[in-house]
Design a protein. Sequence first.
Length: 400
Amino acid sequence: MINPSATGWIDKFFLDQKSLTNPVIENPDFFYSKVRDTGFIYGYIISLQTPVFVDNNGWTEDEISKVALLNTLFGVYKITTLENNPEKYISKVLSFYNELHPQGFNIFKKILPSNSNSLNLEKIIDTRIQTNIDIINKQFSHVLTNALLFVDVLSFQYYLTHNSIPEKYLKKIEETIISLVSLALKTKSNKTKYDDLLIKLFEASVRYSKFSNVSIQNLEELKLDYFTSDLEKYYLIDLAGMALWSDGVVEKNEAYFLHKLAEFMTISDDFVTESIEKTNGFILKHKQKIPYFNYSNPVKHFFDHTTQTVIKLVTRNKNRLLKEIIQSKELMLLLAYSTRRDLTEKEKKKVKKQLLDICKTVPSLAIFLLPGGSLLLPIFIKFIPTLLPSAFNENLESED
């Protein structure tokens, strides 16, 4: 089983998938349809489309996003180059990311020359999908940061086709997305509390552009003929449809907007009909879990989201964590005391220091050592005592 938080997960993924023996899918339409079914297009991934089934039960959102990004990039590599060699793909995608220099996003400082290509790619992907680190500075933009991951896929396709990726392309596609979503929202008869939020969150999710005010007034101004790939066109239509769905229904004038958009990009009306149906079905089924539709209180969302992440990480590493904790009698006592009374400031500092030392020995818990990890630590400390053997607490009571 793959552990996306452990070193070597990319090599393990390709080993399990037996990629060299898998046939290459040449049909971009089929590829896009399968990617959309996973939720990758909507920023909420529920499954992975792989030849060999991957059980993602118990994974964090970041973990499934990492594997989904790797797999989707590999998919567009296969349909563009008609090759399925993982080593050649990893080398190519590394070259692609090395050509990207988004503002304020230098992921390549972490790459060590002595590492293998797959380990370097793990570092890039890990940084590319991080949604919880330094969360205050991001102003909770993590809610939709990964909704634009497909831009990486489209950019990689462009790179494979032209053997370069100009900054103009990266800015153009992001600016088009923001402008298109803004235009789509203007066509809505019924405004909702999500409309302005959607624009702000998409703006917070871009990596290559800066925005002040959206000035585009109509589809003609977007100059959509810049985009020639069907995958680009499908994605733009789906994102516009997602924006229109926010009140739970796509009305006639809104559907007309999508059909007009498709006409500008020479995409069939059948695709628009399918897009509306697929978006409606996916969101209805998963609405309660999609962050965008549960964003009325960003602080509450952050707490709920990170609590789930911490619980998954701690539970998965329970045995190793308990082994480390049990070796420290003082830490065990303090954690047990914390279930019955408030610890003093001095005791809290001891618990924090010793738990952070333990995190250094468990790679999956390194999240608590990164910038912003201090925001997660109180949740971590609060959850840890529930892992203690019940007999320990009983023994503690007898000592009082």
